[in-house]
Design a protein around this ligand. Structure first.
Ligand code: SAH
Length: 271
């Protein structure tokens, strides 16, 4: 039998000596798929990420797999990607059923593709279990639908590192597109300046959701022209998802309360 996991109707069965990339979702254990839970229960070794369910949450599940945390980065020195893949390969070669648990979905800005390729290059079989991506689920946590009939029919998902591409600038300028930015807090000011310079109206609604689906969730909303100041004032921190587009308008799905000033910075904290 080939493949690290045999996917039947009831999901995969992990095979010793293989690696399974598992999408962990945005954080809470119950936002992982049933298939992901089954894979974790069958793993000999679980290599966890900085985002998604952390090692403490995994330990709470009571499974006795060895948990290796490669997400901690003391002094902001992340463990190099080559070291992570080397670890996966080493444990698989030792005959373990290895789970690489990643935040969100493994194939959305998670370097999952690189891990798959590196394992395969080393002759290790790899399977992938999808996850709930923060790109969709974190806007949802703040009540923002990424598409909405009559408002937004296209979603542009981009990372915020480096100058925005022509495609991103066109998406931002198009009122029918929702632009979702991951890893975008540090580059927010550059992104907004470029968007405004390339024809996006300053009135375009924007929202930033920090630590979505966790008890630290916080939403900051402002028109694009005011979002940098709002983020600075509130000391917005990573991890956060930035949404720019008409769907981010306050009161899209619910009429705004009469006391709520239109266009004001609105902050809501999940209780
Ligand atoms: N594979 C992941 C994304 C990895 S890139 C996924 O599909 O979700 C890391 C970025 O994801 C962070 O910088 C942040 O922009 C976003 N992110 C992940 N989890 C988040 C959460 N719970 N709240 C807010 N942003 C999150």
């Amino acid at each position: 039998m080939r493949g690290s996991a045999t996917a039947g109707r009831s999901g995969p069965t992990l095979v010793p000596g293989t690696v399974t990339l598992v999408g962990g979702g945005p954080g809470p254990l119950d936002l992982m798929t049933v298939r992901a839970h089954r894979a974790l229960a069958q793993a000999d070794v679980i290599v966890t990420d900085r985002l998604g369910p952390g090692p403490e949450a995994i330990a709470e599940l009571g499974w006795c797999a060895e948990v290796i945390d490669v997400g901690k980065h003391p002094g902001h020195h992340p463990i190099p990607q080559e070291q992570i893949t080397a670890l996966l390969i080493e444990h698989a070669r030792a005959g373990h059923a290895v789970v690489r648990l990643k935040g969100g979905d493994p194939f959305v800005f998670g370097r999952g593709g690189e891990e798959v390729a590196a394992c395969r290059a080393a002759g290790i079989e790899v399977a992938v279990i999808p996850g709930v991506s923060s790109a969709i689920a974190v806007p949802q946590a703040a009540g923002i639908p990424v598409t909405h009939r009559g408002t937004a029919a296209t979603v542009h998902i981009v990372h915020g590192q480096g100058p925005p591409s022509a495609a991103t600038l066109a998406a931002l300028a198009d009122g029918s597109v929702t632009t979702i930015v991951l890893m975008g807090v540090a580059g927010l000011e550059r992104l907004v300046a470029a968007a405004l310079a390339h024809g996006t109206p300053a009135s375009r609604p924007a929202a930033i959701v920090e630590s979505g689906h966790t008890d630290r969730q916080r939403t900051t909303r402002a028109p694009l022209g005011g979002i940098v100041a709002a983020a600075r004032e509130r000391e917005v921190r990573s991890p956060a998802v930035i949404m720019i587009g008409e769907v981010a308008r306050a009161g899209l799905l619910l009429p705004a309360l009469p006391s709520e000033p239109v266009g004001a910075v609105q902050v809501d904290v999940l209780s």
